[in-house]
Design a binder for this molecule. Structure first.
Ligand code: ADP
Length: 880
């Protein structure tokens, strides 16, 4: 471009009027536009221009077009077109854009010589549209200006002079004012309705001060016909236009209708206000934060609740109202949720306007704009103090219950849910299971697999379903303890637990290990049964009673003796077996023992199964506990029938002895007195004529009886003390027998004693003692055959070098039963006529003892009423 077109470049650039007009045009026009001076130097450009060519403002300002590769062709064209004299219209040019590549543009250029501004050229760039060829006619400058700005989205006009006469206006401006004919008219004439809206005054001020005025969203009411004023909002610039002498001679008006924008914002503001009102009336606290987390909005409820002011609550000021102990947690919670843009909910204590802390629940959710950009969070704070306190109370209560259970000695566990989750188990329960704490939190089935196949799972399910408590009593449970399956016995309960609504949610299990007790009781039972077996085996009769003396047990001995069962015995009444003779005394004595606890002992007769009474020694002893209370009585009864009879025999014997001793002594005394009286009166009578001999013989007889009696008794006591000495010698048995019989015959004349000697022999023994045996047998034969006088004594040889001697009588005889007993001490056959046969039942006993001590034997054969044969057998003495 030629550099000599008009004036100096520097001067032009610094021209204030030029500058301000250029600025207002450049900032107003929407399409890419630049202004160059007459030298082609770039004065200014708008942002669309920079964006299109990707220039930076600084890079291009003050450069000339021919210095920029992209614009060299344009520069040439401008020169060719003689721009300073005319303009360029819709000249199509291709530009290589850095990004978009080659693009065609329609270039319009016009000299900005409107008014007194010289040498500036405005160049616009429009993307190519197919356009009709336009006639290039010589239009005036205003028309050119109009052409350029007609397409501009802004409303543009130029006002001239202090009266602000419309010089030109674009289509948009005409539209704004209702297509009135305004050109050439003052603003007051053209738009009378704006008179009191302040615009004229503003124009006056711009005109007089030379300072541009920027109006922002100013409302204007304009007459657009239809008999009404239209409300609009405008952003506008009043830019003074200077003449050559730098005086203001007009105003460039550039206005943009922002009505829609303003209205939309107002609507938004209104609806936001309404929302805010709504939010403020909500009883809950609502908050909104920025993406960075600071508080942006809190509704009225917050300020009422806390008493904070808006400024105090901003950013993180709200945290000052949170309890110091909760504050850090609340903040961390919020910050974390804000960072991760996630929903959160937490509770903390918030100070209210009265200074009290109350529990609140704070929850928030992230919010996003339409494009999905995070905008911060919105949330709500609700007072949950009462609920929280209740919850805490429940928690405390549960904690207390838990700690009671934890410390309880009774094994306790809590299962929840149908699956029996072990929610809790105290140490006692865990050690009872033989497990460790790791079982807590597992199910019962997992914790104790050994329960499978045992009834407990089913029982638990039943309790869970029915709610009925199960009481286990000494139930056996198999548990694996130290890797071994062991059986234990437990008293336990399964009790259903219900929630507030009454629904079952779990089971409380309490258990007491009674294994020791069960085992020891089994042992006790065993030992008791052993005791009973023992008692049953005892020949003694054993029974026991309870503490009151009621019989509860009789051993086998009793049952056998009575022929009754235990039941029958108890029913019949045991004491009814006692002989009536002793019963009364028994009852008295037994009651006394029951009363005092003293041992009981008594002899009485019990009836046996054969209906016979037998003597027993009965004893009872009380078993007492450690406090001395009677638990039971143990009673024994020992049969003493034999002893009793022996005693009786002894008694009888003593009676008899005294009788037997008295009889001879009385008779001796009688004879002696008779003899004495004879002697006294015999002075005159011959001694020989008197019966002295007969009396003395009687006395002698009685004395031998006494002697025998006394020696028998001596022998008896000797035998008892095993002091019966035998003076053994070899002697002729035949001689002894004939001598003895001879002696007996001497005193006894009523019987015929015949000796048959089939054998002659000697024996080795105590001659006197064997003689004593002979005397005994023969005198018995005499005594017990009062009616038949024949007695036979026979000596015969027996097998094995033995000799037998038998003494046979034909007397009263002995029955078979008594034949076995007559050799016993003091035994006498009980005959009705006892008195008939004197004696004391020791003769045969002594005879038997003597024979036995000679290694022989004594026996009897007898038949009642026919007689008896007593036979003894002895070893013969060996020949010398
Ligand atoms: P006792 O002094 O009573 O004769 P013993 O011991 O000699 O005592 O005899 C015992 C009993 O045996 C007698 O009481 C008597 O009943 C019976 N007894 C002994 N010998 C005879 C006999 N030969 N005939 C009948 N009974 C006899």
């Amino acid at each position: 471009m030629k550099k000599n077109i008009q004036g100096s470049n520097r001067q032009l650039k610094s021209g204030a009027a030029e500058n301000s007009l250029v600025k207002s045009i450049v900032t107003t026009v929407k399409e890419p536009v630049m202004v160059v001076d007459s030298n082609g130097g770039i004065i200014d450009a708008n942002s669309s221009f920079y964006d299109l060519f990707e220039f930076r403002k600084k890079e291009v300002l003050a450069l000339e077009l021919n210095e920029i590769g992209l614009f060299q062709e344009l520069d040439k064209l401008l020169e060719e077109e003689q721009l300073q004299e005319g303009n360029i219209q819709d000249l199509e040019l291709t530009f290589s854009l850095p990004k978009a590549g080659k693009k065609n543009f329609l270039i319009n250029a016009a000299a900005l010589n409107a008014g007194n501004v010289p040498g500036l050229v405005l160049i616009t760039f429009n993307k190519v549209f197919p356009i009709a060829e336009k006639e290039r006619s010589g239009k005036n400058d205003l028309e050119n200006f109009h052409d350029i700005f007609s397409q501009a989205p802004a409303m543009i006009c130029i006002l001239r002079g202090p009266e602000h006469i419309f010089e030109l206006a674009n289509d948009n401006y005409f539209q704004l004012v209702g297509n009135r004919n305004i050109l050439g008219k003052t603003i007051r004439e053209a738009l009378p309705e704006i008179e009191n809206q302040g615009f004229v005054e503003m124009l006056d001020r711009v005109y007089s001060s030379g300072k541009a005025f920027n109006g922002n969203e100013l409302p204007v009411k304009l007459d657009v016909g239809k008999n009404e004023l239209k409300n609009s909002f405008l952003d506008f610039v009043y830019q003074p236009i200077l003449d050559a002498s730098n005086e203001v001679d007009g105003i460039f008006v550039h206005a943009v209708d922002v009505t829609e924008k303003v209205m939309a914002r107002k609507k938004l503001e209104e609806s936001e206000n309404e929302l805010r009102k709504l939010v403020d009336t909500v009883p809950a606290i609502i908050w909104i934060t920025r993406p960075s987390g600071e508080n942006y909005y809190l509704n009225k409820s917050w300020y009422e609740y806390t008493g904070q002011t808006v400024s105090e609550s901003m950013d993180f000021g709200w945290l000052n109202m949170v309890h110091p102990n909760d504050s850090k947690r609340a903040k961390d919670f919020f910050v974390k949720a804000n960072e991760s843009q996630e929903f959160f909910s937490t509770s903390f204590r918030l100070r209210n306007s009265e200074g009290n802390y109350r529990w609140v629940l704070d929850s928030g959710s992230p919010r996003y704009d339409a494009l999905g950009n995070y905008e911060g969070m919105i949330g709500v704070v609700i007072d949950v103090h009462e609920e929280k306190e209740k919850e805490q109370l429940i928690g405390e209560k549960e904690h207390r219950i838990r700690s009671i259970i934890e410390q309880a000695d009774v094994a306790t566990a809590l299962y929840t849910g149908k699956e029996m989750n072990i929610d809790m188990a105290n140490d006692a329960m865990i050690s009872l299971w033989g497990k460790d704490h790791s079982v807590i939190g597992t199910t019962l089935r997992e914790a104790l697999p050994e329960l499978d196949g045992q009834p407990f799972h089913d029982l638990l399910q039943e309790v869970y379903e029915t709610g009925e408590t199960y009481w286990g009593k000494e139930d056996p449970v198999d548990l694996v303890i130290d890797n071994k399956l062991r059986t234990g016995y437990f008293n336990f309960t399964y009790k259903a637990l219900r929630d507030e609504k009454g629904d079952i949610y779990g089971i409380l299990n309490m258990a007491v290990d009674v294994t020791e007790m069960v085992k020891s009781r089994d042992l006790l039972k065993e030992s008791e049964s052993r005791f009973r077996q023992l008692a049953d085996l005892m020949p003694e009769k054993v029974a026991n009673t309870n503490s009151r003396g009621d019989f509860i047990y009789f051993n086998q001995g009793w049952l056998e003796y009575t022929g009754l069962t235990t039941k029958e015995l108890i029913k019949k009444g045991w004491d009814n077996l006692i002989h009536p003779g002793e019963k009364e005394e028994y009852l008295k004595s037994w009651q006394n023992s029951l009363h005092t606890g003293r041992d009981f002992e008594m002899e009485f007769r019990y009836l046996n199964k054969n209906n016979k009474y037998r003597w027993h020694l009965s004893r009872a002893e009380a078993v007492k506990d450690e406090n001395g209370n009677i638990q039971m009585w143990i009673c024994t009864a020992t049969e003493i029938q034999k002893i009793k009879l022996e005693e009786k025999r002894k008694e009888d014997f003593l009676k008899m002895v005294s009788h037997e001793l008295k009889t001879p002594i009385t008779s001796i005394k009688g004879y002696v007195q008779l003899l004495l009286s004879l002697l006294r009166s015999e002075r005159e009578v011959e001694v020989s004529a008197k019966p002295y001999q007969m009396y003395l013989e009687r006395v002698d007889h009685q004395i031998s009886r006494l002697t025998r009696l006394i020696s028998e008794m001596l022998d008896l006591s000797r035998i008892e003390k095993s002091k019966l000495d035998l003076q053994k010698e070899s002697f002729s048995l035949n001689d002894l027998i004939s001598e003895t019989v001879q002696d007996i015959n001497y005193t006894n004349t009523e019987h015929n004693i015949r000796i048959t000697e089939d054998h002659q022999c000697k024996i080795y023994g105590d001659k006197d003692r064997i003689g004593q045996v002979l005397i005994n047998l023969v005198t018995n034969a005499i005594k017990y055959s009062p009616l038949n006088p024949d007695i036979e004594v026979q000596i015969s040889k027996a097998e094995g070098g033995k000799v037998t001697v038998s003494v046979k009588d034909f007397g009263i005889g002995i029955d078979t039963e008594n034949q076995k007993k007559i050799f016993k001490r003091f035994y006498r056959v009980d005959r009705n006529s006892e008195e008939t046969y004197s004696g004391f039942g020791i003769g045969l006993y002594l005879a038997n003892e003597i024979i036995q001590r000679h290694n022989g034997s004594l026996s009897v054969k007898s038949e009642m009423g026919k007689g008896s044969v007593f036979t003894f057998t002895l070893l013969e003495a060996l020949e010398d």
